[in-house]
Write a protein that binds this ligand. Sequence first.
Ligand code: ADP
Length: 307
Amino acid sequence: MPAKIAVVGSLNMDLVVRAPHMPIPGETVIGSDFRTIPGGKGANQAVAAARLGAEVTMIGRVGDDDFGRAQLRNLGELGIDTTHVIVDPEAATGIALITLDASGQNSIVLASGANMRLAREDINAAQVTIVQSDVLVLQLESPLEVVTYAIDIAHAEGVKVILNPAPARPLPEETLARLDYLIPNESETALLTGIEVTDIHSAKEAAERLREEGVGTVILTLGARGAFLVSAEESVHVPGYKVEVVDTTAAGDAFVGGLAVALAQGQNLAEAARYANAAGALAVTRLGAQPSLPTRQEVEEFMKGRS
Ligand code: ADP
C-alpha cells in the first residue's frame, strides 16, 4: 500500500531571471534566461513525496489566474490530488520574483497572494482526507492560525504530524507539544532556540532544547552533514552522503518529503533519516527546485551503491 500523505501549504510560481548584477534602485539591468517554475514549499514537498511513491493530497489556495492553473496542471500530472486546492477569485497565485546574479547570489521578492488566504474552512473541507492520511506535512508559508488548526485536527485523530518550520517564526507552546516531528534547518533552529548550530555538539543541544518544549521527535537538517535526531529513545547523528553540489535549492523539501514517505511506510527513525538524506543529496546534484526532486527508484539505487 502506498503511503498516504496530506500536505497543507503554499503553492507559488517562481519567476526566475539571470542578470549580470543586481539592479540598484532605479536601474534597469538586461537579464536573460527567464523561466517560470512551479514552487512554494508546500507544493515542493507534495511533489517530493509523490515522486517517492506516496499517494499525496495537496491542501492550499491559488488565484484564478494562469499561474494557479499551471500549478494545478503540474501537480495533477504528477498524480497529486488537487481537489482541496481552492481557486480563490479574490487573490493572485503566490509568486516569487527571483533574480540570480553572475556570482550565484540570489535576491527574492515573495508575494504570498492566495497562500495567505488559506482558511479554517479549507481545512474543514479536507478533514476526511487529513484524518485518513498516515502523515500530515505542513510548513509556515500559510497563516499560522490555519496551520495550527490543521495540526490540532490531525493530532486529535492520531495522524502523525510533521512540521517544517520554514520560514521560521516563534511557535505556540501547545502547537509544539502536538508535533510528532519537527524538521528545522540550521537557521530555523537558531531562530527557534537561540542556539547557533555550528557543529554536532550544538546540534544536539538545540534539538534537545526543542524536545524539552514538547516536540515528540526533533530532526535538525545540517546540509552536507546530514541530520541530527532526538526522540524519546535516541539522540543520534545520521551523516549525509558525499555528492557534488550543483544547486542546494529544495534540498530541505526533498528531505521532508523523503522522511514523511519513509515513516509512513513504517521505517524506523534512523532508517527514515538515511532515506531522507539520500533524497536531499540527490536534489543538490541537480538544478532547480521541483525538477531536482528524485524518484523512489533513483533514491533506492543511490542508497544501494553506498551502503
Ligand atoms: P535547507 O535546504 O532547508 O536549508 P539543508 O541545507 O539542511 O536544508 O539540507 C536538507 C538536507 O539535504 C540535509 O539534511 C541533507 O540530507 C541534504 N543535503 C543538503 N546539502 C547537502 C550537501 N551539500 N551534500 C549532501 N547532502 C546535502
